[in-house]
Design a protein around this ligand. Structure first.
Ligand SMILES: *[C@@H]1O[C@H](CO)[C@@H](O)[C@H](O)[C@H]1NC(C)=O
Ligand SMILES: *[C@@H]1O[C@H](CO)[C@@H](O)[C@H](O)[C@H]1NC(C)=O
Ligand SMILES: *[C@@H]1O[C@H](CO)[C@@H](O)[C@H](O)[C@H]1NC(C)=O
Ligand SMILES: *[C@@H]1O[C@H](CO)[C@@H](O)[C@H](O)[C@H]1NC(C)=O
Ligand SMILES: *[C@@H]1O[C@H](CO)[C@@H](O)[C@H](O)[C@H]1NC(C)=O
Ligand SMILES: *[C@@H]1O[C@H](CO)[C@@H](O)[C@H](O)[C@H]1NC(C)=O
Ligand SMILES: *[C@@H]1O[C@H](CO)[C@@H](O)[C@H](O)[C@H]1NC(C)=O
Ligand SMILES: *[C@@H]1O[C@H](CO)[C@@H](O)[C@H](O)[C@H]1NC(C)=O
Ligand SMILES: *[C@@H]1O[C@H](CO)[C@@H](O)[C@H](O)[C@H]1NC(C)=O
Ligand SMILES: *[C@@H]1O[C@H](CO)[C@@H](O)[C@H](O)[C@H]1NC(C)=O
Ligand SMILES: *[C@@H]1O[C@H](CO)[C@@H](O)[C@H](O)[C@H]1NC(C)=O
Ligand SMILES: *[C@@H]1O[C@H](CO)[C@@H](O)[C@H](O)[C@H]1NC(C)=O
Length: 414
């Protein structure tokens, strides 16, 4: 009885709506119906009460909905809306004018439907921080208007479809934190507008993806926490002069690090820790570092980069323990960074340096520590450092190398 009354009222409502002079086009109705059908398949919180056919005249004011000037839906933004469900009931064909689809930070599961490719005007797609699984549908490569694509932090697997590189307008591409595997990268085209690429925390193996050095606008590149091997192609250093952030941490890259790394003159943050780099690191790198010291690179970042190269990992922890030990007199911490032996802080995959090499190492680390001091006024000038490095200055060792501690170096007057 109750149900009967309710559907009667609904019917009345719809009849009224169709008589009254509201400007509801049939395409708006189609879009609204598609949204409702999808909503009914979700466990949706009460904040969705605006999504109702009885509120059709306010479609453009429904939670998360934006229309264009013709009244057609142009944006669906349901990020962080506490939604659980799938995309299987969403009929993408109903939204030919959609430019923005963001459902990130929810609890969506299931597959990413290949019909998402019907959103031919889409330029922003954010499915990140959900629990989508299965492959990335290769049809996504048909969304050629896309500029922003993130599927990070899901459970996606399989190889990355080469069709993604058809997305030649994309500047932001984040596939991080999934279980994605390396495809045959030779099918990938360079992506000229790409500035931000994040493939970190996946299952990538084999060699460095070769479309990357052909994506010359890259500023941010994160390949950390994969299983990539082989050499870093020289083209990374010669072609990617705009790089500011480069993170290759926790892979299995090999070989000597090229001194051409100095060509990355805009680098602000370089992370290379936990790889299998070999070879005469300090001598080459010292020269490279001296070339990296330009007006555009600030002295603190330089110090951090230099320490990272010597330590084989990011020096963040060491630096924060040094700054806290200098600012508080109550040294209760047992493993205060300053008490560490230099030999233990250095990259453990390198043989302990001896002779002139040891003097080099001590000099570079002292210099790097001075550059990364907390108080800017106690850091040396860029010009001073550049001069010392290019003159090949070495430290004079009055203590055996194994006995030198970080505090012996961090206090040095540079
Ligand atoms: C849109 O909805 C809000 C409340 O959700 C309301 O304050 C506002 O007046 C509505 N705007 C239009 C144009 O209907
Ligand atoms: C999407 O919605 C969220 C929450 O309402 C808001 O913080 C965010 O700015 C919106 N994003 C866009 C691109 O409109
Ligand atoms: C999210 O939705 C669930 C039910 O689906 C509810 O129990 C929970 O309180 C909601 N959380 C927030 C932060 O709204
Ligand atoms: C999806 O929507 C389109 C147009 O809005 C319609 O022609 C088609 O039949 C719908 N498909 C399904 C499976 O409902
Ligand atoms: C996420 O969805 C799963 C079912 O797919 C459900 O068991 C779980 O409670 C949901 N989590 C939240 C936070 O809503
Ligand atoms: C659009 O979706 C329909 C199914 O609803 C599908 O048959 C068609 O191939 C899709 N078009 C594109 C470009 O993916
Ligand atoms: C991924 O999402 C989970 C929640 O689903 C969250 O706990 C975790 O911190 C996220 N990971 C990253 C790297 O953002
Ligand atoms: C790249 O992705 C990883 C994993 O999702 C995340 O931990 C990292 O912060 C991302 N970097 C940025 C700056 O987006
Ligand atoms: C490179 O990226 C910047 C934004 O970081 C953009 O303004 C510029 O147009 C791009 N240049 C090329 C040649 O694609
Ligand atoms: C890689 O380094 C960047 C800083 O350059 C940092 O923001 C990002 O979180 C790191 N990525 C991972 C996967 O830890
Ligand atoms: C550095 O790059 C140049 C090309 O710009 C190349 O000729 C040279 O061999 C490279 N150096 C090393 C050590 O590979
Ligand atoms: C080096 O530091 C240790 C404590 O960390 C100290 O005992 C020792 O005297 C210092 N040596 C020199 C030469 O300053």
């Amino acid at each position: 009885m109750k149900t009967f009354r309710k559907s009667c009222i609904n019917l009345l409502h719809i009849l009224l709506l169709s008589i009254l002079p509201f400007k509801i086009s049939s395409s708006q109705r189609t879009q609204a119906e598609s949204l409702i059908k999808w909503k009914n398949s979700l466990s949706s919180p009460s904040s969705f009460h605006s999504w109702s056919l009885t509120n059709l005249q306010n479609l453009c004011n429904w939670t998360g909905i934006v229309c264009d000037t013709t009244g057609s839906i142009s944006e669906i933004n349901l990020s962080n809306a506490n939604l659980t469900g799938t995309l299987s009931q969403l009929n993408f064909t109903s939204f030919p004018h959609l430019t923005h689809f963001g459902i990130n930070h929810n609890n969506f599961t299931g597959l990413i439907p290949s019909t998402i490719a019907n959103l031919s005007k889409l330029n922003f797609l954010d499915l990140s921080h959900n629990v989508f699984h299965g492959n990335i549908p290769l049809e996504i490569g048909q969304l050629t208007e896309l500029q922003y694509l993130s599927v990070s932090n899901n459970s996606l697997s399989g190889t990355i479809p080469y069709q993604l590189s058809n997305l030649q307008k994309v500047w932001y591409l984040d596939l991080g934190s999934n279980h994605l595997e390396s495809p045959d990268w030779s099918n990938f085209a360079g992506m000229p507008l790409l500035t931000h690429l994040n493939l970190s925390r996946n299952e990538l193996t084999l060699k460095f993806p070769d479309f990357i050095p052909n994506s010359q606008n890259l500023t941010y590149l994160d390949l950390g926490w994969n299983k990539l091997t082989g050499l870093i192609p020289e083209m990374v250093f010669t072609n990617l002069g705009r790089l500011e952030y480069l993170n290759l941490t926790d892979n299995s890259f090999q070989g000597p690090l090229s001194s051409n790394i100095s060509k990355l003159s805009k680098l602000k943050d370089l992370r290379l820790g936990t790889n299998h780099f070999t070879g005469p690191i300090p001598e080459d790198i010292e020269l490279a570092l001296s070339m990296m010291v330009t007006d555009k690179c600030d002295i603190y970042s330089f110090g951090v980069v230099a320490l990272e190269i010597m330590m084989g990992r990011h020096p963040g922890e060491l630096l924060s323990s040094l700054s806290s030990s200098s600012s508080s007199s109550s040294s209760t911490a047992i493993s205060d960074g300053a008490d560490l032996f230099l030999k233990d802080v250095l990259d453990q995959r390198l043989l302990p340096p001896t002779g002139k090499l040891a003097e080099d190492v001590v000099f570079v680390v002292s210099m790097a520590l001075a550059c990364s001091r907390t108080a800017p006024e106690s850091r040396p000038t860029m010009q001073f450092v550049a001069q010392k490095l290019s003159a090949g200055t070495r430290a004079y060792l009055s203590t055996p190398f194994e006995m030198i501690t970080i505090s012996n170096l961090s206090g040095l007057q540079i």
